[in-house]
Design a protein around this ligand. Structure first.
Ligand code: SAM
Length: 223
């Protein structure tokens, strides 16, 4: 019976990958990736050449059967998403669930590493003894309910947001009597930045520096 390794990859800085992750990617028989072009850059950086297969959110359920056949044949399959830890606001969860259900004897191992969630929490300077992770808020249906959950939370809430929607999210938070927010932008990259303050202060920052409304954002909402 084969092994499925769920491998965390960098969230920006290509040096943020563990020795075990590199060994796994070197030793496995095949790498299934959310986007083969994205992972090719990482593999090229570490001179790893492996057969690559695409397994993204749209194909996750369908391709799981293919992975199961490989595991039954004793292969070592690695799964990587575009960045960070698979399954954290990324594909991978359904693949693991299907393999666990249909092939309980297969080994499923985590190769832990970077995640924007833990990276942001580690430098936000807020109490992280307990927090809620909501990932991306729903765009339409359920958004108001989720925002209400954010507003009423007694522990920090961590959100993921894209640059296209960060201003809209801040506008919504402004109406919710949120005390403070911490925005972790472009973590591990050249333009890494932490912006914190009241929602109005953070909005003023973005208004004064519109060039910083780009890249990737983790939003931490303090209760
Ligand atoms: N699986 C990833 C992880 O473990 O963090 C998350 C993937 S999710 C599709 C992408 C979102 O994660 C981005 O929109 C952003 O909210 C957050 N993110 C990813 N990389 C980031 C970075 N370098 N800095 C800040 N946020 C980041």
């Amino acid at each position: 019976m084969g092994t499925l390794s769920v491998v965390a990859t960098p969230i920006g800085n290509l040096e943020d990958i563990t020795l075990r992750a590199l060994r796994t990617l070197k030793e496995c028989d095949v790498i299934y990736a959310e986007d083969t072009r994205v992972i090719s850059k990482l593999l090229a950086r570490y001179e790893i050449q492996k057969p690559l297969q695409r397994l993204d959110a749209a194909t996750e359920a369908a391709k799981a059967g293919e992975v199961i056949e490989r595991l039954q044949a004793g292969e070592h399959v690695a799964y990587v998403s575009d960045a960070g830890t698979p399954g954290i606001s990324d594909p991978g969860t359904r693949l693991v669930a299907v393999v666990r259900e249909q092939l309980p004897e297969a080994v499923i191992e985590a190769i832990p590493g970077a995640s924007a969630l833990t990276a942001a929490l580690s430098i936000a300077g807020i109490d992280t003894s307990a927090f809620t992770f909501l990932g991306f808020l729903p765009h339409k249906k359920g958004r108001q309910t989720a925002l209400k959950e954010v507003a009423e939370s007694t522990i920090p809430v961590v959100l993921y947001e894209s640059p296209h929607r960060i201003e809209k999210l801040l506008q919504e938070l402004q109406t919710l009597t949120i005390a403070r927010v911490v925005i972790a932008r472009e973590l591990t990259k050249v333009h890494e930045e932490i912006i914190s303050g009241t929602v109005a202060e953070v909005q003023a920052h973005f208004a004064a520096h519109p060039d910083t409304i780009r890249g990737e954002f983790v939003v931490l909402v303090e209760p």
